[in-house]
Design a protein around this ligand. Sequence first.
Ligand code: LMR
Length: 331
Amino acid sequence: MLKFTAKALLCALSIGLAGLAQAAEPIVIKFSHVVADSTPKGQGALLFKKLVDERLKGKVEVQVYSNSSLYGDGKEMEALLLGDVQMIAPSLAKFGQYTKKLQIFDLPFLFKDIKAVDRFQHSPAGKGLLKTMENNNITGLAYWHNGMKQLSANKPLREPRDARGLKFRVQASDVLEEQFKAVRANPRKMSFAEVYQGLQTGVVNGAENPWSNIYSQKFNEVQKYITESNHGVLDYMVITNTKFWNGLPPDIRSQLESILEEVTTKVNEHAWALNQEAKQKVIDAKTSEIIELTPAQRADWVKAMKPVWSKFEAQIGPDLIKAALAANEAQ
Ligand code: LMR
């Protein structure tokens, strides 16, 4: 009898301990992305982890997987929806399957600079876009900047006709496909992790990227010419799985939101400088000739690519385009 009671007691104790251990398990947030740690997005993910480690120790654990080490693009969205990762920050060009509205960010020569992009993202129209995919279980938490894109190729691109017949790698965006078709080039959708090899082996001859991606992926080593075109933006939406996010204890969720707000401010303040540093490193590496467009040459690129807008106006909505243009004017 005594033996039985002791055994029962031990058993109850171990169940209790297991329960306690379970209650103390931190919530794990896997944050997967495709770029290097040194880029704006890479730095943002690491800062988010650092602040969560400091402020929510034992309650939330953030694991960062950079450089497509866990999922490449294409797969990361699927993983988010399946609950295999909890946060990702795809480029705004990669949401075409879920909403056509975000195509606005791909329209060539729409935003005059990254400050205009920032103003639009902070406007009611821009903020509204964060919530457009909740029916698909995707909640937008923040916009993070990378920067304006530059054209690169294995030949100098000064005039739109220089791009004719070249194969350009594009992100998974119909707008970006049309942008290159507009200059009679051949676009090819390709995941980010494949770009270096694609350029090296000649599967593609050119690409478009902000300086931070060009330098950190060594694209300059396989592109002899980079044209400082600033023809479009490459920014991100930090997103989470809506059910996961809404299921978090409210106090944890609001602490995560305020940490993310702090991180967003930092990322967006530093993105421009990180891109300038990367540009300087490309210049110092002497791998590529950097081409500056004359105002007349730039005007020719605008003239060639801008007709793309009208092809997507109905899908995006003319009012949204108006709101983006208004951001160019604001001080
Ligand atoms: C690309 O595919 O070129 C970019 O979206 C990669 C990134 O996340 O910056």
